[in-house]
Each structure stands twice: as C-alpha cells, then as structure tokens.
Design a binder for this molecule. Structure first.
Ligand code: NAD
Length: 588
C-alpha cells in the first residue's frame, strides 16, 4: 500500500506530555503566524499534507499526531487516556513548544475539530488561540444542547432533525461496543479502508492511508468511548468560543447533518460560515479550497479585521471557490466575474481582449475576490484553450465553476449568411463552449468532488427567427450540449446549466455582424439595435445574479428576462405561435 507522506522540508520533533510523546511536524517560517492543524479519526497528521504544503509559503504550519495515532505514543491504559481534558493538555504542550509567545490559529477536521472546539471553549486556553477553523466535527457540548432542545420541545421538524442526525451517527454506536471495532480495524476493515474511501468518499486513489491506520483506528475508538456519552448527557453550559470561528461545512457530509449547526451563533460571537459541495474528507479532496479559506480567515484575523470581506448567503456558497469566466472582458461575462468576486470567489477572467480581461481581474479584486487573474485567450482556438487549461490546472487548480460565456452576434437571413460567417459564429459560440467543457470539465470529473458548468446560450436557442439562423443554431446547439453533458456528469455531482437570456444591454450590439448588407447599413443597424437594447435596458448584473442562483440551485435551463421566460413557455405549450412569430421580419 502506498502511504501518504509529509511535504518536503517538514521538520519533525517530539513533545513529551502526560505520559505520551507527541510527534510534531513544522513547515514554513516560524516568524509568520502559526497555524496548527489537528487531524481526525481514523487519520494521522499526514491527512493534512496537501493543505499544509499550500499554507507553508505564508504561514508557520504545525501538525501533530494526536496521542495514540501516527508516530505519537498511546497512553496506558487506553481507557480514560483520551479524555478531552487530556487532549487539551496535549494541545497546550504543543503550542508551548512551537509558539510560546503568540496565540496560534487552530484548524481541526473531524475529531480534530471536535477536540479543537473543547480547546477554544475552555478558560485555560484563553489567549492561546487567535482563531479556529472547524471542519466536519461539532462541539460535543453544543451537540448535547442541540439534542436536549429537540428532546424537550419536540416539533415534527425537530424530531425529523434528530432522527436524521441519529441515522448519520450509526458508526458512533458501533465504536462504543467493546473490542469489535479493534478487531475490525486490525482485520478486514483496515485492509479495505483505502478502497472504501476511494469509492464512497471519492478520495484520490493510491496514497491512503498511513501504515499506522489499524493501530490509529483501534486507539481512536477511545476518543468516542471516553467522551461522547458523558458529554452528551451533561454538556457544559458555558461552552462559548473565545476566538473567532470559521465553520466549513461540506454539504455532502455522510456523518453530519447541516442542521447541527443551526444554533451555533449563540455559542460563537464571531462566526464565519462556509459551505462546500463536497463530502467528509475535504482536507484530502479539496485542499485548494480549504487552504484558500484558512489563508483568508487567518490573514483577516491576524490583520485585525473581524471576518473576511465577503459575507452572506452567496459567500457561504461561493467564497474561496475557483471560478473561470470566458468573455469576462465585457457585458454579462464581466458582471458574472464581479458577482462571483463579491461572493469571495477566486476569479479567472478570460477574454480575447487582454486589456479588458486585466481590467475585470483588477476590479474583481477590488470588489471582494481574494485572488483574481486575467488570462487572454480566444475560446475558438483549440490550441490556445489547451494551453490555457494546462496553465490554470498547474497554477490555480481544478475549477469549481466554469462559465462558458464568450459569444458573438450574427444577424442576417440564411442565404445572406456566408459559409465564413457560419464558421466564425460556430467557432466562437459552439466550439468555444465545447473546448471549455472538454478541457476544464474533464479535470472536474476526474477530481470527483463535483463542480458546475454554466453555458450561456440564449432565448434564441428555443425561439426560431428568420433573422438569426446562424446565431440561433449555435445557441440551440449549446442548449442541447448542456442537456447531454448534464446527463453524463450527473453521476459525478457536476451540474450543467444552460442560461438563456433575452435582450440584455451590453456591447454585443456594437460588435454583432449583420450579414448581407454594406458597411453603412451595417453601422446603421448596429446603432439602431443598440438603441433598442438600451430602451429595453435589462442590465447584465441581473443575468449574473441569475447565473449564481442557477448554480446554487443546480438548474438545468435558466431563461432570464421576461421575454426569454415567455418564449420558453410558448416553446413548450404553444410552439405553433412561436413559429408564426419567427416569420416576422424584424425592422432594423
Ligand atoms: P459582449 O460583447 O458585451 O461581451 C462578450 C465578450 O466576449 C467580450 O469581452 C469579447 O471580447 C469576448 N469574446 C468574444 N469572442 C471571444 C473569443 N473568441 N474568445 C474570447 N473572448 C471572446 O456580449 P454579452 O452580451 O455580454 O454576451 C455574452 C454572452 O451572452 C454571449 O454568449 C452572448 O451570445 C450571450 N447572450 C447575450 C445576449 C444579449 O442580449 N446581450 C442575449 C442572449 C445571450
């Protein structure tokens, strides 16, 4: 079995405390703010390798094997050796060794988070913790109060919540049985665990877990036995956090229900919430995202700002995500880049107009993107797109959201449209989308942690018109491509949306081509259509809003503007009427 290892340059040492020796690893410059990463069950500190490597450039990163795990020794006897009080002693001993003079930024996953909640809510650690990022592991005290509140005042909804979380906690009951977990972990379960994680959790294959897994898992059963029942029965009444907390909530967590955190604000005065469409093991599956959120949170707290700039529902959903928008130099693309930036996403603005893309990236940073980059590329150029994808994956990571927006307008009857006209419009409007989906979608699917692809079609995709045969054909193809791809990628949790705007006030009218007319007439028609679009005056910001909404709700088709919605309804229920409207020659 291949095993995980720490990033190159990690410095290991031992810290002695309470009869055990803890293996502590450090990375990065000790002068920088210290980030302490605490692993969960059944893991060892190596679970953080990918995240630690990403943080080491800016922070002093510290990881340690929890007692009885990895290279740390186990307490004797095991029973009573894993109480939260003893785990707090360990944490303080590690902090004394690695950062005696400055408070540390704490990050915990799974049981690492459960115990970190104890650290951040007991009095003796006050002043030692600057911030806490919690991933997939609640405070046992908060959990106890949550259960009590629902048992004491049961409404049908609250009973449903209790049963929901109860069903997700099946493994906790099992871990309380004597000896059985130890036998399973040291036997068949220990062997099969990597494959189970690969299949169920979509962890990258080949390098999991560390060789100490059977012993870690057997020892770690005492984390549950020593703490869970006692705490749930008598939760502490004063479990208030004394440092700002960032909660990262994977929406597809098989072990924890989102409802568990409903009452969290009452325990945490400064709470930043993040949600992530992912499963339980995000330090392994989403290291880019997790590292970006830790970086942002720690930087803002260390800089004296109470919480990262972007807050609210959108920030919870998109904050820190990696989003690429094509045609981001103008109109709908630029507005979409800004909307994602305002939600705290990291934005890659792609446009064939390099200057316009650079401006979008610059403004994206100003409105809230923690990072934004401009990448000039022509979406119709396959080689350029391949180069772009290669660079994006190498330097920024796998995309969470791809918006294939770049497009051009072309008007004119079928016989006025030359083959060159057809090629140009299909190359950009259809092939541009195909290249984007193929090159970025493949890596999204390979990563196995979901994502979303938005293709900007148009109401013209389902509303025929004698004036727009080439444009409408390109958009109808984009709509069907989106539907087919949506079916193909559903199993990988990747949503695909075709967005279909009506008339939107952008520069498209200034660049659209009118086939079959001379230059003077071309200019006149452009001006006239610009005037009409101006009169309709539907802003691209509203389309951007609809795009974020469509991603958040995983819509298949999203018509935007009243006329687009109306035509969509007609195309389903009165197509004959649409066909009649299609015969009308627009007077421009
Ligand atoms: P726009 O002209 O304001 O912006 C389009 C951007 O795409 C420009 O920055 C342009 O430089 C870029 N672009 C064009 N071709 C490119 C290429 N080959 N490679 C890279 N970048 C390229 O137009 P818009 O209205 O914002 O249009 C955006 C999308 O919305 C298009 O796909 C368009 O068909 C679609 N749409 C627009 C409307 C509308 O009324 N404006 C309606 C329905 C659909």
């Amino acid at each position: 079995m291949t095993t995980l290892s720490l990033p190159a340059g990690a410095r290991e040492r031992w810290v002695r405390t309470g009869g055990v020796e803890l293996c502590v690893a450090e990375l990065g410059d000790p002068q920088q703010p210290t980030v302490v990463l605490v692993h969960g069950y059944p893991d060892s500190k190596e679970v953080w390798s990918e995240v630690a490597a990403r943080l080491a450039g800016r922070f002093h990163v510290v990881l340690y094997d929890v007692r009885g795990h990895g290279r740390s020794t186990a307490p004797r006897p095991l029973r009573g050796g894993f109480t939260l009080a003893k785990l707090t002693d360990d944490f303080l001993a590690v902090v004394d060794a690695v950062s005696p003079d400055r408070p540390v930024h704490l990050v915990g996953h799974d049981w690492g988070s459960v115990q970190s909640w104890e650290f951040v809510t007991v009095a003796r650690t006050e002043g030692r913790i600057a911030s806490f990022t919690s991933i997939s592991g609640p405070s046992l005290d908060h959990f106890g109060h949550w259960v009590n509140a629902r048992v004491k005042r049961p409404t049908p909804r609250r009973v449903g919540q209790l049963l929901g979380q109860g069903a997700k906690s099946w493994y906790v009951y099992l871990l309380h049985t004597p000896l059985l977990p130890e036998l399973a972990w040291r036997g068949p379960l220990g062997k099969r665990w990597p494959k189970i994680l690969e299949r169920v959790e979509r962890l990258p294959g080949g390098a999991y877990p560390t060789a100490s897994l059977p012993a870690d898992a057997a020892h770690g059963a005492w984390l549950y036995r020593d703490n869970v029942r006692a705490r749930l029965r008598r939760p502490r009444p004063d479990a208030y956090a004394h440092a700002p907390v960032q909660l990262i909530l994977p929406e597809g967590d098989a072990f924890l229900s989102e409802r568990l955190y409903d009452d969290l604000e009452q325990w945490v005065p400064q709470l930043t919430r993040r949600t992530l469409p992912a499963r339980h093991w995000v330090p392994r599956t989403r290291p880019d995202q997790v590292a970006a959120w830790i970086d942002e949170f720690v930087t803002s707290v260390a800089g004296g700002r109470p919480a990262p700039a972007a807050t609210g529902r959108r920030a919870e959903r998109f904050g820190g995500q990696l989003v690429l928008v094509t045609g981001a130099g103008s109109g709908i693309g630029r507005a979409t880049a800004f909307a994602f930036a305002e939600a705290g996403a990291r934005v890659i603005a792609v446009d064939r107009d390099a200057e316009a893309a650079a401006r979008t990236a610059e403004l994206s940073r100003l409105v809230g993107a923690p990072e934004a980059w401009a990448e000039p590329a022509d979406v119709s150029d396959e080689q350029a797109m391949e180069k772009l994808a290669e660079k994006v994956h190498r330097e920024y990571g796998v995309l969470d959201v791809l918006v294939n927006n770049a497009g051009i307008g072309l008007s004119g009857s079928f016989f006025a449209t030359t083959t060159d006209d057809w090629r140009t419009v299909l190359d950009v409007n259809l092939w541009g989308v195909i290249h984007g989906c193929r090159l970025f979608g493949a890596r999204m699917a390979e990563r196995g942690q979901g994502g979303h692809i938005v293709n900007i079609a148009s109401a013209a995709a389902y509303q025929p018109s004698r004036a727009l045969p080439a444009y409408s054909t390109s958009k109808a193809a984009v709509l069907m491509l989106s539907e087919c791809l949506r079916a193909e990628l559903a199993a990988q949790d990747i949503g695909v949306t075709a967005v279909c705007p009506g008339f939107v006030n952008t520069s498209i009218t200034a660049t659209a081509r009118f086939a079959g007319v001379d230059e003077a007439e071309q200019l006149r028609r452009r001006q006239r259509s610009a005037r009409l679009y101006g009169l309709r005056n539907y802003p691209p910001e509203k389309v951007a809003d609809a795009i974020l909404d469509a991603v958040a709700h995983n819509k298949a088709v999203a018509p935007v503007t009243a006329e687009a919605r109306g035509a969509h309804l007609l195309s389903r229920f009165a197509p004959g009427l649409l066909r009649r409207i299609a015969r009308v020659e627009p007077r421009l």
